[in-house]
Write a protein that binds this ligand. Structure first.
Ligand SMILES: Nc1ncnc2c1ncn2[C@@H]1O[C@H](COP(=O)(O)OP(=O)(O)O)[C@@H](O)[C@H]1O
Ligand SMILES: [Mg+2]
Length: 267
């Protein structure tokens, strides 16, 4: 999908067809807000090193969006940039109509953004419940309703609430990291490779949990190596290559596109 059509596309997803190459940057200026998260012309990197160039990205309220692409494409860098963890070099990040460009993580979480990083996403030395409580550290008191909701969503966490996080399996740690991010009941949850390193049956379970979270009203922006499954499940997908947008379209359309399959989905 070409970039000037993104906003139109979000308003009328079924009106357009066929995955489009992301080429031009001219966009219609008179746009009603349709995006919860709106990334425009983002340039970002680490120190002097620029990784992202002119990245555009939208996530609508309650939408489920996936970013796929080769290793090193900059997918994690996009997530980190939204969360204020990279060097900002240009462009804007808007969340719920507020400019949050280069806003620090400790400020971003107040605004309804939750982030589960790709690595080191639990406090290994703390037990499960302490990890969850840390998710709400910005509040004066632990929100008991949120804790209840997390335990209902992930019963294994309640069963193991006194266990040290570092002694749990990869899948359980991933669920804990997700649970922690849900403690502030975010409007948008950023998930970086939630299925990484999980056994195949756990991968399905993880994706099912993400579906449930999204169906309960939380928008999701997810990076996944398991690209086919991610595109099958999401509403829309982005293919990122070399720090730049390459394709954007409905997940199914990307999944069935000859070029996308050939180049990015292993045929
Ligand atoms: N902290 C960092 N400092 C310097 N370069 C980094 C850092 N993190 C990632 N990179 C580089 O940024 C590029 C994109 O990385 P990343 O966003 O992790 O890709 P992906 O998530 O798509 O695999 C890679 O070349 C990687 O080496
Ligand atoms: Mg990554």
């Amino acid at each position: 999908m070409k970039y000037e059509f993104v906003e139109t596309f979000l308003l009328a997803p079924r009106a357009l067809c066929g995955p489009r190459l992301a080429t031009s940057h001219s966009r219609t200026p008179e746009v009603v807000r349709v995006s919860l998260l709106e990334v425009r012309d983002l340039d970002a990197g680490y120190g002097e090193l620029q990784i992202l160039t002119d990245v555009d990205l939208d996530v609508a309220d309650e939408e489920y969006v996936t970013i796929v692409g080769p290793n090193g494409a900059g997918k994690s860098t996009v997530m980190k940039s939204v969360f204020g963890l990279t060097t900002h070099m240009g462009g804007t990040v808007t969340f719920a109509d507020e400019d949050i460009t280069a806003t620090k993580p400790e400020d971003v979480i107040h605004k309804g953004l939750g982030y589960v990083p790709q690595n080191d996403n639990v406090f290994a030395e703390l037990n499960v419940e302490e990890n969850l409580e840390m998710g709400a550290y910005i509040l004066d008191e632990v929100p008991q309703d949120a804790l209840r909701m997390v335990y209902d969503r992930f019963p294994i966490l309640e069963e193991r609430k006194d266990q040290k996080a570092g002694t749990m399996s990869g899948g359980q740690q991933q669920m804990l990291a997700m649970g922690r991010a849900l403690m502030l009941d975010p409007d948008l949850l950023l998930l970086d490779e939630p299925s990484a390193g999980l056994a195949p049956d756990l991968v399905d379970e993880m994706f099912d949990k993400i579906d449930e979270i999204n169906e309960a009203g939380t928008a999701v922006l997810m990076v996944e190596q398991n690209a086919k499954e991610a595109l099958r499940r999401c509403d829309r997908g982005y293919v990122l290559v070399n720090g730049q947008n390459r394709y954007v379209d409905e997940g199914d359309k990307l999944l069935n596109d000859e070029d996308v399959r050939q180049d990015f989905l292993g045929g």
